[in-house]
Design a protein around this ligand. Structure first.
Ligand code: NAP
Length: 292
C-alpha cells in the first residue's frame, strides 16, 4: 500500500487534491499533514479513511514525525512562506533523511524562467537533493476571483490590480486537483517531468469584468493602477507585507511578459476538457451576487 502525505491539505488546492485522490479509491493511504488536526478532521468529515498528522512548515521539530514511512509527498508552498533556505531546505532534508523518495510539488506556470520566485528555488532544491519528482505548474487560478479578489468584488463590483491589459491564463482549481491526483496515483508514468496545467482561455481583467457583467447581469468594473500604489493599497487593507509583494508581482509581471502558453496536459492526462471561465462564473454565481 502506498502512503501519500498531503501538505496544504486544507487550502484551495489541497482540498481538491484530497477529494480527487479519495475518489480514485485505490489502495493508497491518504495522510493529511496539518497544523490543526481537529479542524481538519471536521473539514474532511465526509471523506472516509483519511489519516492526519501534525505538521507545521514553520516548526522544524514537526517534520520528522510527519515524514515517517511516507512513499509520496505532495508539497505545496503556503502563500505566506517565501524563504526557501529557512523553511524548505530543512523540510526537504528531513524528507530525505526519513527516506521519502518521491515528491509532487505544486509550482507555478513559468517557474523555470523566473529565478526570483520561491517555486523556482524549491524545484531546484528538489532536483539537487535527488528526489524523483513531478512539478505541477498551473496558470492563474479562477478561484482568485472568489478568494483574494472577492471582498472588493462584493463591495463595489470592482477589481483593482496593477495588471493593465496583460492576459492571464485561467484555470479552475478543481481541474488542478483532479490532474494532480492522477499524477500522484500514476507517479511512475509521469515522474521527473514538469507539467503546465492551463485552461483554454487567455483573458485580461477587462475581458473578465465584461464576462462577469454579461453572465451575472450586473455591472462589474476593472481598474488598473500602478504597482506601487497597489502595494500600499494592500498594506493599508491589512495584507501582510510578503503577500502584498507577491500579489503586486503576480499581477504586474505579466505586463512585461509574452501572453501565457496554453497546454493540452489537462485533457491528455484526464481525458476531460478544462472548465471555462463562463462555467466557473455560473457555478459561483451566488458568491458573486450575494451582496448585490
Ligand atoms: N493563486 C494563483 O493564481 C496561483 C497560481 C499558480 C500557483 N499558485 C501557488 O499555489 C500555492 C497556494 O495554494 P492554495 O491557493 O491552495 O493556498 P491556500 O488556499 O492559501 O492554502 C494554504 C495551505 O497551507 C497551509 N498552511 C499555511 N501555513 C502553514 C503552516 N505554517 N504549516 C502547515 N500548513 C500551513 C494552510 O493550512 P491552514 O488551514 O492551517 O491555514 C492551507 O492548507 C502557492 O504556492 C501559490 O504560489 C497560485
Amino acid at each position: 500500500m502506498k502512503r501519500i502525505l498531503i501538505t496544504g491539505a486544507t487550502g484551495n488546492i489541497g482540498i481538491e487534491v484530497v477529494h480527487y485522490l479519495a475518489k480514485l479509491n485505490n489502495e493508497s493511504e491518504i495522510i493529511l499533514a496539518v497544523r490543526n488536526i481537529k479542524s481538519a478532521e471536521k473539514k474532511f468529515a465526509s471523506i472516509l479513511n483519511l489519516s492526519f498528522r501534525l505538521f507545521d512548515f514553520e516548526k522544524q521539530n514537526s517534520f520528522d514525525t510527519a515524514f515517517k514511512n511516507i512513499d509520496i509527498l505532495f508539497l505545496l508552498r503556503p502563500p505566506q512562506i517565501s524563504k526557501v533556505d529557512v523553511y524548505f531546505k530543512p523540510l526537504l532534508e528531513s524528507a530525505r533523511n526519513n527516506k521519502i523518495e518521491k515528491i509532487v510539488f505544486l509550482s507555478v506556470q513559468g517557474a523555470e524562467k523566473s529565478k526570483v520566485i520561491p517555486h523556482n528555488k524549491i524545484e531546484h532544491l528538489i532536483k539537487l537533493i535527488g528526489f524523483e519528482y513531478i512539478f505541477v505548474r498551473p496558470s492563474y487560478f479562477m478561484q482568485n476571483l472568489t478568494t483574494t479578489l472577492l471582498p472588493e468584488l462584493q463591495k463595489t463590483q470592482t477589481i483593482t490590480l496593477p495588471s493593465g491589459n496583460a492576459k492571464f491564463n485561467w484555470i479552475d482549481v478543481k481541474n488542478i486537483g483532479e490532474i494532480t491526483a492522477d499524477l500522484i496515483n500514476s507517479f511512475e508514468n509521469y515522474k521527473n517531468k514538469a507539467y503546465e496545467i492551463t485552461g483554454t482561455e487567455n483573458k485580461n481583467f477587462q475581458e473578465v469584468s465584461k464576462l462577469l457583467s454579461d453572465t451575472l447581469g450586473a455591472k462589474f468594473k476593472f481598474k488598473s493602477i500602478n504597482p506601487i500604489r497597489f502595494y500600499f493599497k494592500k498594506r493599508k487593507e491589512g495584507v501582510a507585507n510578503g503577500f502584498a509583494i507577491v500579489m503586486t508581482i503576480l499581477h504586474f509581471l505579466p505586463r512585461l511578459q509574452k501572453k501565457p502558453k496554453i497546454s493540452e496536459n489537462f485533457t491528455k492526462i484526464t481525458g476531460k476538457k478544462p472548465t471555462t471561465l463562463k462555467e466557473f462564473i455560473v457555478r459561483e454565481k451566488e458568491t458573486f451576487t450575494k451582496f448585490l
